[in-house]
Design a protein around this ligand. Structure first.
Ligand code: ADP
Ligand code: UDP
Length: 241
């Protein structure tokens, strides 16, 4: 597949056209940002890990009946994906309290929930990705009621599958962010990425943070944490993943 014009450069990835109007190439960078772009840095080797991890997890989800944008891994940093019209929602699923949930509701981090929560934020950097509910999303015309129901159903099923997978690697899936989109046929599929940039992953035995919070909170050992979760995933899948 020939890489065409660069269409977009985001905070963590570049997006390129291909000769097929329904396919894109995404290229994962080592750049890291936090706090809506206020904090910048580099996590050496992150792009390679996020590309490979996201693809392995999307393949796993596909095998379990979740439609995703994944088509083919092209190189260590580049992947061919189905082009979608992104639904401008950050879909966040939580199993334990952490991050903005703990801050907003004044609870300590690490409290397990009886049932997972699903919440939507409006994907809009200029507004700081404000939290919204279904009626707000409908009022803004971001998605239809049917699409919101489908997205919530996929999000909970993805959580069930990923939580079980990570547990088998000795990792607790605390929370994560998903993005969905509409390919040319108008259906809803999972897009973007699933990686330590977009998930909170804690060592199940020690509670050690193995994700981007090490960067956000200046905890040190950022590269080592990304490598550690990737190594656990590879051991689980076999290194061919
Ligand atoms: P951001 O835009 O938040 O800085 P990235 O650096 O990850 O994020 O950029 C990747 C962009 O590509 C995101 O805006 C994401 O919504 C979008 N994207 C992800 N998957 C697809 C896809 N399959 N088709 C079209 N756009 C996609
Ligand atoms: N998240 C993300 N991108 C965002 C916001 C959140 O990938 O723009 C992920 C984040 O890594 C975490 C989950 O979504 O796994 C929940 O994040 P939270 O709402 O607690 O926000 P944060 O504390 O990261 O600001």
């Amino acid at each position: 597949m020939i890489k065409g014009a660069q269409l977009y450069e985001g905070k963590a990835k570049k997006v390129y056209a291909t000769e097929d109007p329904e396919l894109l190439i995404v290229s994962y960078k080592d750049d890291a940002t936090a706090f809506n772009g206020l904090k910048h840095g580099t996590i050496s080797g992150k792009g390679v890990i996020n590309n490979r991890m996201s693809n392995a997890l999307m393949r796993l989800l596909e095998q379990q009946g979740i439609p995703t944008h994944f088509v083919q891994e092209l190189s260590e940093r580049e992947t061919l994906v189905r082009k979608v019209n992104i639904v401008p929602l950050e879909v966040i699923v939580r199993n334990l309290s952490a991050g903005s949930f703990s801050k907003r509701y004044g609870v300590e981090e690490g409290i397990p929930f009886k049932e997972p929560t699903v919440e939507f934020s409006y994907k809009n950097d200029a507004l700081g990705d404000p939290l919204l509910n279904d009626s707000h999303a409908l009022a803004l015309g971001l998605a239809t009621r049917e699409e919101l129901n489908q997205i919530r159903q996929y999000a909970l099923e993805i959580n069930r599958l990923l939580r079980e997978f990570w547990l088998s690697c000795g990792v607790t899936l605390v929370d994560f962010k998903l993005e969905f989109g509409r390919p040319a046929d108008g259906s809803i599929i999972l897009a973007d990425e699933i990686s330590p940039d977009t998930c909170r992953l804690w060592d199940s035995a020690t509670g050690e943070k193995l994700d981007k919070d090490r960067f956000r909170r200046d905890l040190g050992g950022v590269e080592d944490a990304y490598q550690e979760v990737m190594a656990r995933l590879e051991r689980r899948f076999g290194s061919s993943c």
